[in-house]
Design a binder for this molecule. Sequence first.
Ligand code: PEP
Ligand code: MN
Length: 337
Amino acid sequence: MIIVMKKDASEADIQRVAQRVVELGFRTHLSKGEERTIIGLIGDERPVNWETLERMEGVEKVLRVLPAYKLASRDFKPENTVISIQGTRIGDREVVVMAGPCAVEDRPQMREIAQAIKETGVHILRGGAFKPRTSPYSFQGLGQEGLEILAEMREEFGLAIVTEVMAPEQVPLVAQYADILQIGARNMQNFALLHAVGELNKPVLLKRGMMATVEELLMSAEYILSHGNYQVMLCERGIRTFETYTRNTFDINAIPLLKSLTHLPVIADPSHGTGKWNLVGAVSKAAVAAGADGLIIEVHPHPSRALSDGAQSLKLPAFAELMTGLRAVAQAIGREL
Ligand code: PEP
Ligand code: MN
């Protein structure tokens, strides 16, 4: 439920209504827009006499929020959520690029990448230390050593770090090193993990499951929000379809759709979305044109030697060139990059 206050409602009116809602057993979420204030109700919707609320001074109307997700919905919070990380604002006018290898492999690899992306104007470095691999015989990541290497790169280059956390028991360790915790596609519905990151006060990048609907993605975000962490960004990374030429089918529709359904920032991952380095540029540009607030792109100095996802990783010069192209697209739609 949301309570829409009148344009001329006073602060005292708003406080009285919020107080009443708390007395009825709900938590509230106040959204102060330019025009009017909206009071969102959080909790199980029990039979309450809504008419009495509608009659309170300053109330214009009481509306039922139709989607199953509430905190994530735009009805509930019309204005965009903006997440600030070391001065970079995600969800605002700037399109934010995160780049780095699929997996942290060693210090020289990370230093070369960090330096190269920093020179292109990127502020956020990606790299997996815990890798969810399809085969148990594939490289599983460096674990804590990988996190330490990432933290060194933050120190040396002033980059923020995004890295994946795979299990609830890893959350305290990963949160010690990461600026953004990534929940991978395979864990989108790991509810214990969603609960654990929901208790943090740190940004979370939630990736869409490879067979998840947009509504399921939003319901997973709702788990995190409902535990008190409002710093969630959603990531479209391609879904599984009958098409086999590409690793996944990048769902471009999901970007404007999510932007209309939710206030949370939307990030695009054209690397996993395509699985092919030569398609990454075009899909990145399409994602920015479609309204993505950011991109997460895999890069590697020597993709043929990468320990994971080499086929979809851009070489460093190709990435620098792409950044120039992306700037032009961002400008064309009135954004910055
Ligand atoms: C990754 O970002 O390297 C990754 C494993 O992504 P996803 O969870 O989307 O497959
Ligand atoms: Mn990868």
